[in-house]
Design a protein around this ligand. Structure first.
Ligand SMILES: C[S@@+](CC[C@H](N)C(=O)[O-])C[C@H]1O[C@@H](n2cnc3c(N)ncnc32)[C@H](O)[C@@H]1O
Length: 235
């Protein structure tokens, strides 16, 4: 994975490349960037707004930062939506757009799960731009917590010392202090190992065909994940 570091931001060239390929070739004029804030401050949203003729955009995240709020002021066609994009109310607020970006977010979604989220948004969009850490450790998609503590920490890029992951297995059934649910469903931790076959068949079931797929390299040092970029369009 080729990454460019701009001050504190990590901008991924494959995600930018996917936007620059999809917007002109598929005629995308409106989009929603679901979970576009952490560490990148909405960089993919602002890239799309600055480089492509966009009429309507939404950036949704559980945490909007002052930098994002400030930068959004110069983009009147951008709506900032603070909340869980897995809630139907937020999906309704996003409404119909040409495309959604799901960059590094699908593997975190449990309640509702990643497949249900795809279904919720698929009916309102024509294109899905997905960049995800894909599971290569087995033929079947796995819920990472089900691997047990030792295997879980062998397969995620965070140590037990990181705040969210401290004593994780002891607090799985406790209510998360901010999220409306238990720690085991919290989207701030790694949740799923999704296989290509399961992602592609879920999206096909929703009426989309694969337009392009790019192998983007290893996910850090993880033995069982590969970064991949997918563009799907409604049939
Ligand atoms: C791993 S970061 C990815 C950031 C960016 N999309 C990128 O590609 O670098 C995940 C982001 O999605 C947000 N997020 C994850 N699940 C969410 C949900 N269900 N609703 C709203 N935001 C969510 C997190 O707050 C965080 O900003």
């Amino acid at each position: 994975m080729f990454q460019l570091s701009l001050s504190r931001k990590i901008i991924n060239k494959d995600k930018v490349g996917m936007i620059d390929k999809a917007f002109p070739s598929l005629g995308i004029e409106s989009f929603a960037d679901l979970g576009g804030v952490w560490r990148v401050e909405g960089a993919y949203t602002f890239h799309a707004l600055d480089k492509h003729g966009v009429k309507n955009a939404a950036l949704v995240d559980l945490h909007l930062t002052p930098t994002v709020v400030d930068r959004a002021k110069s983009h009147p066609q951008l709506r900032l939506i603070n909340g869980n994009f897995g809630s139907q109310a937020i999906a309704d607020e996003v409404g119909e757009v040409d495309a959604v970006f799901l960059f590094d977010v699908l593997l975190h979604q449990v309640g509702p799960d990643w497949g249900t989220i795809l279904k919720m948004y698929a009916k309102n969009v024509r294109h899905l731009l997905i960049y995800n850490q894909q599971w290569t450790g087995s033929d079947k998609t796995v819920r990472l917590l089900d691997l047990g503590e030792k295997e879980y920490f062998r397969n995620v890029p965070h140590s037990r010392r990181v705040e969210e992951y401290k004593n994780l297995f002891e607090k799985l059934d406790q209510k998360h202090p901010e999220f409306d649910g238990p720690w085991r469903d919290f989207p701030g931790i790694w949740q799923w190992g999704i296989t290509d076959a399961d992602l592609e068949s879920k999206v096909a079931e929703l009426g989309f065909k694969l337009v392009s797929k790019k192998e983007c390299g290893k996910t850090g040092m993880l033995p069982n994940f590969r970064d991949r970029a997918f563009i799907f369009s409604r049939q």
